[in-house]
Design a protein around this ligand. Structure first.
Ligand SMILES: *Cc1c(COP(=O)(O)O)cnc(C)c1O
Length: 336
C-alpha cells in the first residue's frame, strides 16, 4: 500500500535505530537522562527559547502550553480549523477549563486583523476575557499552509499592545522553515510558548517538545507528570530525534516537490508544503467513497471531511509510488 494518510506513518531506518541504541539513558523523572536533557537544550537553542520539555505527543505540548497561558473560564482565540480546536478532542475544555473562540480563515492562512478583532483581553465581569492567541504553522487542515512572517509580526505587535501572549502549534514548523527560508530562531521571537513535533515529516517514531521560558517549562514539567506523562529512559528517543534533526530537515524539500506533482495530477495549484488538500464536492463521489476507490488501487488517503481528502507526502515514499499515485488520481478525477 502507498500510504498518503499522514507524514506520521514513516518507520525508523536502520541508521535511526542504531542512533537510538547508542544513546546514553537515565531516569528522566529524576532529571537524569543525559540524552533528553541535551536534546531539550538543543531544540530550545535552535528556536532561541530558554528551555524545552519533551512530550510524547504534540497534543500534549500544545495542551501544556495553553494551560499555562489561559486559566479556567478564560479564552483562547484561534482559527476554526486549528488542530487545537478540532483534533485534540476538546482537551482544552476537558483538562483546563479553557473556552475557545475561533475565527474563519481561507486554507488556514493567518490574517492578523481577523484574529485581533476577536480578542477582548479585559472583558470585565460580563464577558469572557481573552488570554492568548494560537497560530498553526504549517496549517494542517488548511493544506500545509505556510504562515506569512508579516502577518505573524503584525499579530505579535497587536497582541503585545493588548498584553496577550501567542502560542505556536508548530507541529510542522520544519516544513514552514524549509519552504519559506525563515529561521527557526525568528519564530522564537514572537511566541511565548511553542510546540514542535519530531514524529511528522522528520520521521522520528515518537516525540514532540514544548519550548518556552525556564519558568514556564518548570511549571509544565509538573503538569506533564500530573497528566501521567513523566517518562523514564527516553534518551532512546532522543537518539532517533537527534538523527532526524541532523538528516531529515533539508530533505523535506523533496516531500514538497512530490506534493506539487500529486497536486498537479489532481488539477490543483502547487501546495505550500507536503499536504495536498483535495475538495471532491465537484465530483460524483464524497471523500469516503473517493478514499475507497484509491484504496482499491493500492493508495491510502485521509477522508477528513464530507468532501475533504488529504494526501500527505513523506520520506518513506518512492518515485514509483508517486508515479502510480498520479496515474490513479488522473484516471479517477477525469470524471469531473
Ligand atoms: C499532528 C499535529 C499535532 C500533534 O499531534 P499528536 O498526534 O498529538 O502528536 C498538533 N498540531 C498539528 C497541526 C498537527 O498536525
Amino acid at each position: 500500500m502507498i500510504d498518503l494518510r499522514s507524514d506520521t506513518v514513516t518507520k525508523p531506518t536502520k541508521e535511526m535505530l542504531e542512533a537510538m541504541v547508542a544513546s546514553p539513558v537515565g531516569d528522566d523523572v529524576y532529571g537524569d537522562d543525559p540524552s533528553i536533557n541535551a536534546l531539550e537544550a538543543r531544540v530550545a537553542s535552535m528556536f532561541g527559547k530558554e528551555a524545552g520539555l519533551f512530550t510524547p505527543t504534540g497534543s500534549l505540548s500544545n495542551q501544556l502550553s495553553i494551560r499555562l497561558l489561559v486559566k479556567p473560564g478564560e479564552e483562547l482565540i484561534l482559527d476554526q480549523t486549528a488542530h487545537i480546536a478540532r483534533a485534540e478532542l476538546g482537551a482544552a475544555a476537558a483538562f483546563s477549563g479553557i473556552t475557545t473562540r475561533t475565527f474563519p480563515s481561507i486554507n488556514g492562512r493567518l490574517n492578523a486583523d481577523t484574529a485581533l478583532a476577536l480578542a477582548h483581553p479585559d472583558a470585565g465581569p460580563y464577558l469572557v476575557s481573552t488570554k492568548a492567541i494560537a497560530v498553526e504553522d504549517t496549517h494542517n487542515f488548511g493544506g500545509g499552509t505556510v504562515q506569512s512572517l508579516d502577518e505573524i509580526q503584525k499579530l505579535y505587535k497587536g497582541a503585545q499592545e493588548m498584553k496577550l501572549p501567542l502560542h505556536l502549534d508548530g507541529a510542522r514548523i520544519w516544513n514552514a522553515h524549509v519552504a519559506s527560508g525563515i529561521k527557526f530562531s525568528e519564530y522564537g521571537k514572537y511566541f511565548e510558548t511553542m510546540s514542535v513535533c519530531f514524529s511528522k515529516g522528520l520521521g522520528a517514531p515518537i516525540g514532540s517538545m514544548m519550548l518556552s521560558t525556564k519558568e514556564k517549562i518548570a511549571e509544565a514539567r509538573i503538569w506533564r507528570k500530573r497528566y501521567g506523562a513523566g517518562m523514564r529512559q527516553i534518551g532512546l528517543l532522543a537518539g532517533a530525534i537527534n538523527y532526524a534533526l541532523d538528516h531529515n530537515i533539508e530533505r523535506l524539500k523533496e516531500d514538497h516537490n512530490r506534493a506539487a506533482v500529486i497536486a498537479s495530477a489532481c488539477g490543483l495549484s502547487k501546495p505550500d508544503t507536503n499536504i495536498v488538500a483535495l475538495d471532491v464536492s465537484e465530483y460524483p463521489f464524497d471523500a469516503v467513497q473517493f478514499a475507497g476507490i484509491l484504496k482499491e488501487n493500492g493508495i491510502l488517503a485521509g477522508a477528513l471531511g464530507k468532501n475533504f481528502v488529504r494526501l500527505v507526502t513523506h520520506k518513506d515514499l518512492t518515485d514509483s509510488d508517486i508515479e502510480q499515485t498520479c496515474e490513479v488520481l488522473k484516471r479517477t478525477l477525469v470524471t469531473k
